[in-house]
Design a protein. Structure first.
Lengths: 142, 572
């Protein structure tokens, strides 16, 4: 299991705490945010690979947060997780660029798998960017 | 009971229409027949009036003729000639061809008889007429016609006498009035009518056909009151002068219409005699009755026809109204049902929302325990196995609860309801393959009757498969050992139909309506969620189709799914 950085965004503290605890036991670096605004703040200053985002939150709701994350940090992958699910918000999320959409209750294994897949996508993407960068540098005269 | 209500309305309508038709018709018939009768009577009155005028003319002519005859004789022969018996004889034989003249008398101005021809010769010898009223009258007026009297051999006679212009003598003839009577009796006044003449005193001058020997009281009253041209109507046994109404132009005729008869009277012979013509109303109204009966029949026939039409119309419209009412009631029921479903759906979704979060917590915490337990020393933890088993159970139940809430919220692995070209027969086959093993264990046979060349349709395959799976699973649960499930596809009326039938117990009538309600199940608690059909209903509706259920005549239930035939843009 690769080590990567996760941000858990959910207004329910108990859920945040247990999820962070469990993910960290599995070797991930995890941070938590109780609201969309807080999440954006953390993303600005901390290095994050994958965001686990709850759709229904007071204040800045999940979809709006998603929009801002995608515009602020386009490489960061977002996995939507929520108990207030409907097919429509799922479709909207996917359209806005979420990696996937998960429903509570979900067990840890499937969640981990999904986060790992999201990270994998980011990593591949970043590799490609680096490759392109290298090629660009190589073509320039020293 | 609705049936009774419509019956009552029908009865009321029929009753009202019957009244509406019969009352005016009855009034119409009454008014028409009365008017017709009055018109008929008036006709009779008029014709009687004409008749009596005609008779009057005839009588007047007859009397005049006789007077003229005598006047001619007086004018032609002087008294010296006429006074001689043998001359009178010759004259008598010449003028009496018809035998209507009974005798001839020549009387001088003093009343002494000069000559006589006739059967009374003996009794008149030496008689003097000087004092007789009639003699005086002749000398003054120049002519005289007497009343009728019974003369020789009881034959009715009357006397005509004229004097010469110089009033020196009088020629008198006795006329046999039988001929005169015949003239009167030829009047056509029906079998019960009567025609006669009376004098001022009311004594009959001619025989009455009805056999009257003297004038009746009513007629006597007429006699006394007849003046000019008034028409009398009978009103409470008193003759009252009615409106002045001229019956005909010449005037002088009075017509009196009683309940049963019409009587016309006319003075003749300068007001000395009164002519009576009577007609019985019922005799004259023969043609009227004919016409009246025809009219009544026509009116009745027409009203019957119209009544029949009315009844037909009432029936038709009442049936239409009944149908409309039924449709409206059904629509109302449907609306209520839809409202119910929508409310329950919303309710269910709302609850599901709230439950998912606690579920997540339960499973997260349980898993956490399960993850940490193995790190304990196995010796130290006595019931480690039990704990792990319990945790496994907790997770299982959370999964189960999650399935329910997810299904309620319409969540499926594939979020977007993508439309793709789906071949239904193959989809069903694939679905059957999921359950083949289970069906095989229970000796359940699945009979397929697929329509060949079933066109592919644009729809959501996985969701549709979910529906098929639900129906097949329900059927398997229902039929049990050795049961038969029949699946059929066909195209009808530009729609695709897929039917899933089983030979189980069928569905109770009261449940047929509720079977698609959420949480409705006939299975034991814990065995069914009651959501399968609700979600299937929802899916089929979203795909633009309908799903319905019915009990088969051959036993068991059949679910029918009807989908629109939306062809793929590019055919396969």
């Amino acid at each position: 299991m690769r080590e990567f950085n996760v941000l858990v965004v959910d207004d329910e503290q108990e859920f945040r705490d247990i999820t962070i605890k469990r993910l960290e036991k599995r070797g991930l670096k995890v941070q938590g945010a109780e609201s969309g605004e807080k999440a954006l703040q953390i993303l600005e200053h901390s290095y994050t690979d994958v965001v686990l985002l709850d759709v229904k939150m007071p204040g800045l709701d999940g979809i709006e947060t998603l929009r801002r994350i995608r515009s602020m940090k386009p490489l960061v992958e977002v996995v939507l997780l929520t108990g207030h699910a409907s097919v429509d918000s799922g479709i909207e999320g996917m359209k806005l660029g979420a990696f996937d959409y998960l429903m509570k209750p979900i067990e840890l294994e499937p969640l981990l798998e999904k986060l790992a897949d999201a990270f994998e996508k980011k990593r591949l993407h970043q590799d490609k960017i680096e490759q392109a960068q290298i090629k660009k540098n190589m073509s320039k005269p020293a | 009971m609705e049936n009774n209500y419509y019956k009552r309305v029908w009865l009321r309508l029929i009753g009202v229409f019957s009244l509406l038709i019969t009352v005016p018709v009855a009034i119409l018939v009454l008014v028409t027949t009365n008017s017709l009768r009055d018109a008929a009577i008036e006709k009779v009155e008029i014709s009687l009036g004409r008749l009596i005028e005609h008779k009057k003319d005839v009588i007047t002519l007859y009397l005049k003729e006789k007077e003229d005859l005598l006047a001619m004789m007086v004018g032609m022969y002087p008294i010296s000639y006429l006074g001689r018996q043998e001359n009178l004889n010759t004259l008598f034989m010449a003028v009496n061809k018809t035998g209507s003249i009974v005798d001839l008398h020549v009387i001088d101005s003093s009343g002494k008889q000069l000559a006589y021809v006739g059967p009374y010769a003996q009794s008149l010898v030496g008689k003097s007429y000087h004092d007789a009223q009639w003699f005086q009258d002749v000398l003054i007026k120049g002519s005289h016609v007497s009343d009728v009297f019974l003369g020789f051999r009881k034959i009715p006679h009357f006397v005509v006498a004229v004097s010469d212009p110089l009033k020196t003598y009088v020629l008198r003839a006795t006329i046999n009035s039988e001929q005169f009577n015949k003239l009167l009796l030829s009047t056509q006044v029906g079998p019960h009518g009567d025609t006669f003449i009376v004098n001022r005193d009311g004594t009959l001058q001619t025989p009455s056909r009805a056999g009257l020997s003297e004038l009746g009281n009513e007629d006597r009253l007429l006699l006394e009151h007849h003046e000019g041209t008034a028409i009398f109507q009978r009103e409470e046994d008193v003759f009252v002068r009615g409106d002045d109404k001229v019956v005909d132009d010449s005037g002088g005729t009075s017509i009196s219409t009683r309940e049963e008869s019409i009587v016309a009277t006319r003075w003749v012979k300068d007001g000395q005699w009164c002519l009576f013509v009577k007609a019985l109303i019922k005799d004259s109204l023969g043609p009227f009755h004919q016409v009246r009966n025809n009219i009544i029949m026509v009116i009745i026939a027409t009203s019957v026809v119209f009544f029949a039409i009315a009844v037909l119309l009432i029936n038709y419209f009442l049936k239409r109204i009944e149908g409309e009412d039924l449709r409206r009631t059904e629509l109302g029921h449907q609306m209520v049902q839809m409202e119910k479903m929508a409310t329950v759906g919303r309710l269910a979704a709302g609850i599901a929302h709230e439950i998912n979060n606690p579920l997540q917590m339960i499973t997260s915490q349980a898993e956490w325990i399960g993850e940490l337990l193995p790190e304990e020393e196995p010796g130290k933890v006595k019931n480690l196995d039990e704990y792990l088993k319990a945790i496994a159970q907790i997770k299982q139940h959370v999964r189960r609860a999650g399935t329910i809430t997810h299904r309620l919220l319409g969540f499926s692995r594939k979020i977007s309801a993508e439309k793709e070209n789906v071949r239904i027969n193959e989809l069903i086959e694939e679905t059957i393959s999921f359950v083949e093993k289970e069906a095989g264990y229970n000796n359940i046979s699945i009979v397929r009757t697929y329509a060949e060349d079933l066109p592919g349709i644009m729809t959501d395959g996985p969701q549709l498969q979910q529906v098929f799976l639900n129906l097949i699973n329900n059927a398997i649960d229902e039929v049990g050992q050795g049961g038969i499930i029949e699946i059929r596809t066909e195209v009808q009326d530009n729609k695709l139909i897929a039917e899933f039938a089983d030979n189980g117990r069928g569905i109770k009538a009261e449940n047929l309506k509720r079977i698609f309600d959420p949480f409705f199940t006939t299975k034991d608690p814990g065995k069914g969620t009651g959501l399968g059909l609700y979600i299937s209903y929802d899916i089929v509706k979203k795909l633009g189709g309908t799903i319905s259920v019915a009990n088969r005549n051959s036993g068991g239930a059949v679910f029918s799914i009807v989908l629109p035939l939306t062809k793929p843009g590019s055919g396969r």
